[in-house]
Design a protein around this ligand. Structure first.
Ligand code: 4NP
Length: 150
């Protein structure tokens, strides 16, 4: 799960997907395309909306997406088109480029919708982000269950 800072959207996406997929043999992680918040915990507003929904993301720490992530992971989900473009810059093969998707296309295919950046807004933005991520992660979980025949 990849956003810009790895402190608002992608930590939530990681926490939501991990909590839905505990029964699946997958590794869920998140990162940012920028280096601005490396080592920081998630934004307190993300921690709060996660807690309200029974998910603990407080121990996550921000990191920057690396070229090796494109090789190590099978699926890379971008929160918006800027992140999508920046992720693709790290992909050196067609195989790696094909791993990169916009997350909301899992719920609303081919519409290329963005998870809006909530950083400069109020608490309501984090509620909207949570709801969008929950829908997308539920759809993704259902797809993965089929792939793993679970
Ligand atoms: P994120 O949100 O990409 O969802 O983690 C942001 C966090 C920090 C900034 C922008 C977006 N920033 O400009 O510092």
């Amino acid at each position: 799960m990849v956003c810009l800072g790895n402190i608002c959207r992608s930590p939530l996406a990681e926490g939501i997907l991990a909590s839905k997929c505990e029964h699946l043999p997958i590794v869920v992680d998140s990162a940012g395309t920028s280096a601005h918040h490396i080592g920081e915990g998630p934004d307190h507003r993300s921690v709060h909306i996660a807690t309200v929904n029974g998910i603990d993301i407080a121990d996550q720490r921000a990191r920057k997406l690396m070229k090796s992530d494109l090789e190590d992971f099978d699926l890379i989900f971008a929160m918006d088109s800027d992140n999508y473009t920046n992720i693709l810059k790290l992909a050196s093969t067609e195989l790696d480029r094909n791993k990169v998707h916009l997350l909301l296309n899992e719920f609303t295919p081919e519409q290329n919708k963005a998870v809006p950046d909530p950083y400069f807004g109020g608490d309501q933005g984090f509620e909207i982000v949570f709801s969008l991520l929950d829908d997308a992660c539920e759809a993704l979980k259902n797809k993965l269950e089929k792939e793993f025949d679970v």
